[in-house]
Write a protein that binds this ligand. Structure first.
Ligand SMILES: Cc1cc2nc3c(=O)[nH]c(=O)nc-3n(C[C@H](O)[C@H](O)[C@H](O)COP(=O)(O)O)c2cc1C
Length: 202
């Protein structure tokens, strides 16, 4: 088994989503000591945003040095994705969506003819046979009716490249004081133990 782990919180060791990601990795290690883990902290080592300087390197033809550099980064990230069988993504909610550091990863990884293509029936994901676990955190509670472009957006991006088997654990209400935050993390940790146990038994 191999995990590709993406962290995107700007709060480092204090981060709720990073705590959940670490728990997911620890549970996998407990049940499968041979698990291979590749980790990318997209906050500590941010990827460049796509701009006029580099966008063609990822989406068209790489000609300039900056475009070639962007193409190489994209190739590396995609190779890491294809090498993993499970993708673990930690994401805090930022302005109802995901941190731009994580969005930049998707901008490098969604590549026409490499991770997605088009068939007669529409877009077709080319990253098949993989699962994902999303570890999400947010200041407000996870209840119906709250604006949410975090989980739905991540599911949409992943489905577009072919990753449709997605599990989600979340800790909400982290802005409601230390007790609410701790209770939410504890609840998510219980959910992680049962999720990883189920997955590795399957
Ligand atoms: C820039 C920024 C934007 C945020 N936007 C939202 C938001 O739209 N909704 C929400 O519920 N919480 C929002 N929060 C709060 C975080 O989602 C919350 O603190 C969460 O626990 C962060 O996860 P982390 O500890 O893994 O970084 C925001 C925090 C930051 C820094």
């Amino acid at each position: 088994m191999s995990l590709l782990v993406l962290k995107s919180s700007p709060t480092g060791p204090m981060s709720v989503s990073n705590t959940l990601v670490n728990e997911i990795v620890a549970r996998h290690r407990e049940l499968d000591p041979g698990v291979a883990v590749t980790e990318r902290n997209l906050d500590a080592e941010p990827l460049p945003h796509l701009t006029a300087m580099n966008v063609d390197g990822v989406r068209a033809h790489a000609v300039t040095d900056t475009e070639i550099e962007a193409r190489e980064v994209s190739d590396r990230l995609i190779a890491e994705l294809f090498a993993a069988d499970t993708l673990v993504i930690g994401a805090p909610m930022h302005n109802f969506s995901i941190p731009t550091t994580l969005r930049a990863w998707f901008d490098h990884v969604l590549r026409p003819r490499v991770t997605f293509g088009y068939s007669e029936t529409g877009p077709k994901g080319l990253v098949t046979g993989k699962r994902a676990i999303l570890a999400l955190a947010r200041g407000g509670p996870y209840v119906e009716g709250q604006p949410d472009h975090q989980e739905s957006y991540l599911r949409e991006l992943l489905a577009f490249i072919g990753v449709t088997e997605v599990d989600v654990v979340h800790a909400g209400g982290t802005a409601f004081g230390p007790e609410a935050r701790a209770a939410s993390i504890a609840e998510a940790q219980t959910a992680i133990a049962s999720l990883v146990g189920r997955r590795l038994a399957a």
